[in-house]
Write a protein that binds this ligand. Structure first.
Ligand code: 11C
Length: 344
């Protein structure tokens, strides 16, 4: 029988992607949709300006949206996917966990909390065991699991693939699509014929989340990896797909061929939303590109290319679909991991 799930923040850009990915899904069935007070009581079709690239599912359009409040969500819903704004999520997600719901969240609050697993299943699935610590400390029947920021998800799997060479220092510069800023970002005219060399708190997220993801969990506590990461983040006029330029310095010698082999061989999982090949490595110097490569593996794969040896170690570019692999798909994958590990 399918697990009954809800989407918190269902009318936003990531909420809509969540619905697109979950309708249909073999293991999950959407049974609750929440949004802000102004949408509560409306049908989803009335409340949401549907903008994703497939028609709104009819049965979803007819569902009634409720306020984002544990009392409004049916008790037989087991798993909640959260795409709430961070300020709302920080207050509301713990209330749902206290009420017994398992929350797989894309919201940026609490990602760095010591007892909150921040997970990319292919990179650090074992960090999910941190939930035992979380339950002991917080006394929750529910659980809170986070996926990282979309730019972090784009480059960390490539670092994980190179970890065997001893990661020492990483520089990353991002070229981020406007959909990362939600629908206001997509419609904003200030990005046309422009590039904006600032995305609020994004650089800090790449630098800190990456070290937590690559860290070691010993069964009681998590030690963050010591790799030094410096990030520079930029908004460019692309709709979907974050492209990143990465320089990696390693302890051991790392040739272009070794790096390409390690990335290609880095395993995917057999969760339902896992791509067959996690990291695609292009030999062409002008790939990956957002429009050409963001839908690899149904938007769940990562593309890399432009590998070369530079003064600052190995240099390459990587790319992922920011609202699928980097957000909604990441939360769904974590939901599938929770199911696989008996948390639902
Ligand atoms: C952007 N990466 O492109 C941001 C959006 O931490 O989940 C996602 C923010 C986050 O603007």
């Amino acid at each position: 029988m399918a697990v009954r799930v809800g989407v918190l923040g269902a009318t936003g850009a990531v909420g809509q992607r969540l619905i697109q990915l979950l309708e249909p899904h073999p293991a999950f069935e959407i049974a609750a949709l929440t949004a802000s007070e102004s949408s509560a009581g409306k049908t989803y079709g009335q409340a949401a300006k549907w903008r994703v690239d497939s028609p709104i599912p009819e049965e979803i359009a007819e569902m009634t949206v409720t306020a984002t409040d544990p009392d409004e969500v049916p008790d037989d819903v087991d798993l909640l996917f959260s795409s709430l704004p961070s300020s709302v999520g920080s207050a509301v997600e713990p209330a749902f966990c206290e009420d017994g719901y398992v929350v797989s969240s894309n919201s940026s609050n609490s990602r760095m909390a010591d007892d909150v697993p921040l997970v990319i299943p292919e990179v650090n699935a074992e960090h999910l065991d941190l939930l035992e610590v979380q339950r002991d400390e917080r006394g929750w029947d529910g659980a809170l699991v986070k996926n990282p920021n979309c730019s972090t998800i784009t480059f960390v799997p490539t670092l994980a693939a190179l970890a065997e060479f001893g990661l020492e220092r990483v520089h990353v510069a991002t070229l981020q699509a406007v959909s990362g800023a939600g629908y206001d970002g997509v419609t904003s005219m200030e990005i046309i014929d422009n590039a904006i060399p600032y995305i609020g708190s994004e650089e800090d997220k790449l630098e800190t989340e990456s070290r937590k993801l690559l860290g070691e969990f010993d069964g009681a506590s998590l030690t963050h990896d010591e790799v030094e990461v410096a990030a520079s983040c930029n908004r460019i006029p692309t709709i979907d797909g974050h492209l990143e330029n990465v320089w990696v310095e390693t302890e051991d010698d790392l040739s272009v061929d070794d790096a390409a082999d390690a990335m290609r061989a880095y395993p995917s999982l057999d969760l339902r939303s896992s791509p067959e090949q996690l990291i695609h490595v292009f030999d062409e110097p002008d790939r990956p590109q957002p429009r050409m490569d963001r839908t690899l593996g149904d938007g769940m794969a990562i593309a890399a290319g432009g590998l070369r040896e530079s003064t600052f170690g190995l240099q390459y570019n990587c790319l992922a679909h920011n609202t699928i692999r980097g957000a909604a798909g990441a939360s769904v994958l974590n939901g599938e991991l929770l199911l696989e590990n008996g948390y639902l």
